[in-house]
Design a protein around this ligand. Structure first.
Ligand SMILES: NC(=O)c1ccc[n+]([C@@H]2O[C@H](COP(=O)([O-])OP(=O)(O)OC[C@H]3O[C@@H](n4cnc5c(N)ncnc54)[C@H](O)[C@@H]3O)[C@@H](O)[C@H]2O)c1
Length: 272
């Protein structure tokens, strides 16, 4: 990590549940790049206290709990971050996903609609709420950068990804729409990074994940991108080196999204 890349930058990092979390790696890399940040997660996700270990590793980062579906929590978080830094912030990582239908093995064609709404609220609308609170409090500096993590099931069907696919489509749409308005008003950038399947708590919750991750590995010319590499891409997106990138869905997937088939996969269908 380039030590000075984020020097002087302040941020908020959502979603570091444990050391496997993509957000955890982003926090480690952001610290190594010289950034200061507040860590946040839903109060229930903090029970195990692992986030405090991360905070200590990252120069004593402040931890502010917030349920990302709750606008009052988000106001408290964003105001708390500004108070902590004595001014505005430069970057936000939205690394949040959860579907009760996936957790409870509900088939996509038979989803529970209350849970479906929860999936949308937690995994997509929370980005809108976060951006709206930041804009309302004028919390982000010009050229500030907001990154949310997504998955290619927003564009193509991966049956076991269930209603999370719909949530990711909405997340990417919010990125374009809010990215437009925030760009015009304050020159703030909003993008999604579409990451390869990665072994984390959220990732492993998807049925057939182990087989699927092997399939994806063999369908990607460079192989699956790991969480550390995803974190590196996030840091690049928070830096001034990507100032004119906004409203994009950026694939970080070893080439999976543009691959029709690979020789490795063809071999599996060769007649004995
Ligand atoms: N792991 C993968 O295969 C993969 C692939 C592509 C994209 N992603 C996305 O990356 C992001 C991070 O997931 P991860 O794989 O690091 O898993 P993770 O389980 O470590 O992170 C998900 C986080 O969402 C948080 N969260 C859930 N509900 C919340 C709420 N109401 N308020 C605030 N936070 C809440 C959880 O506490 C957790 O920290 C998610 O958006 C996920 O969909 C993951």
């Amino acid at each position: 990590m380039t030590p000075e890349l984020l020097k002087g930058k302040k941020g908020i990092i959502f979603g570091a549940l444990n050391s496997q979390s993509i957000a955890w790696k982003v926090a480690e890399q952001a610290h190594a790049a010289g950034a200061e940040f507040v860590l946040t997660n839903a109060p229930v996700a903090m029970r195990m206290g692992e986030i405090n270990e991360l905070a200590a590793k990252c120069g004593g980062a402040k931890v502010i709990p917030a349920d990302a579906t709750n606008v009052d929590d988000l106001k408290h978080l964003v105001q708390g971050a500004m108070d902590q830094f004595g001014g505005k912030i430069d970057f936000v990582l939205h690394s949040i996903g959860m579907s009760p239908n996936v957790r409870k093995n509900k088939h996509y064609t038979e989803v529970n609609y209350n849970w479906y709404q929860q999936t949308m609220d937690v995994s997509a609308i929370s980005l809108h709420k976060t951006l709206a609170v930041c804009k309302d409090l004028d919390a982000l500096n010009e050229w500030g950068s907001v990154v949310a993590l997504t998955y290619i099931a927003a564009q193509r069907i991966f049956p076991d990804y269930n209603d999370m696919a719909d949530a990711k489509s909405l997340l990417e749409s919010i990125t374009r729409s809010f990215g437009y308005h925030y760009g015009v008003a304050k020159k703030v950038r909003v993008n999604t990074i579409s990451q390869s399947p990665t072994v984390t708590t959220a990732g492993s919750g998807v049925k057939g994940f182990d087989e699927f991750i092997s399939y994806s590995e063999q369908m990607s010319p460079l192989g699956n991108a790991d969480a550390e590499s995803c974190a590196n891409y996030c840091i690049a997106m928070f830096s001034d080196l990507t100032k004119y990138v906004t409203m994009q869905n950026l694939f970080h997937d070893g080439g999976f999204s543009n691959t029709g088939v690979t020789q490795q996969v063809i071999e599996k269908f060769k007649a004995e």
